[in-house]
Design a protein around this ligand. Structure first.
Ligand code: FES
Length: 174
């Protein structure tokens, strides 16, 4: 499996966001699938994260304006879900499941292994910007515990050895 690195717009380019025609059309297309503008908020945010790599305050304001909602409401939704990045993420975001099935199937050891290997804790990025560690609740793949989601891909039945191989592959872009 090849997990693609995230491409992230720097903060200075997302401080004030105006959607270009392509983006505006795509948002309009999403909105037409929902009965209300507010109901389209999650997929519109996802679209924005695909485009910018993260949801900056500028993106929040632009989305709020487009959907006719308040920035405070949009911000509340963004901050509720771990799938939205509220600061520029690393190239690879490692979302480690910390819920029971994964924890008792080796997840705890994986977390300790990752923290020691990368030298970072939950919520932190490695200094070279390659990896970011995030603790999350059940990823819905308990049958293959322990599980880590890397960007959009799942890595299942992990052991410290398989984890090391995975990190090497990601580092080398294989
Ligand atoms: S408990 Fe880890 S995927 Fe469900």
């Amino acid at each position: 499996m090849t997990t693609c690195p995230l491409v992230v717009a720097p903060p200075e380019t997302t401080a004030n966001v105006t959607f270009d025609k392509t983006m505006d059309d795509r948002i309009g297309e999403v909105m037409r699938r929902y009965p209300t503008r507010r109901a389209a908020l999650l997929p519109v945010l996802w679209l924005c994260q695909e485009r910018f790599g993260w949801i900056s305050p500028g993106v929040i304001s632009a989305v709020a304006e487009r959907l006719g909602d308040s920035p405070a409401f949009v911000d509340g939704v963004v901050s509720f879900y771990t799938m939205y990045h509220t600061s520029p993420p690393a190239r690879y975001v490692l979302q480690v499941c910390t819920t029971l099935s994964c924890s008792v199937c080796g997840g705890r050891e994986l977390v300790e292994h990752l923290k020691a290997k990368l030298g970072v804790g939950f919520g932190e990025k490695t200094p070279d910007g390659s990896f970011q560690l995030v603790g999350v609740q059940c990823l819905g793949a308990c049958g293959n515990a322990p599980v880590i989601q890397v960007n959009d891909d799942y890595y299942e039945n992990l052991t410290p050895q398989r984890l090391d191989a995975m990190l090497d592959e990601l580092r080398e872009g294989r």
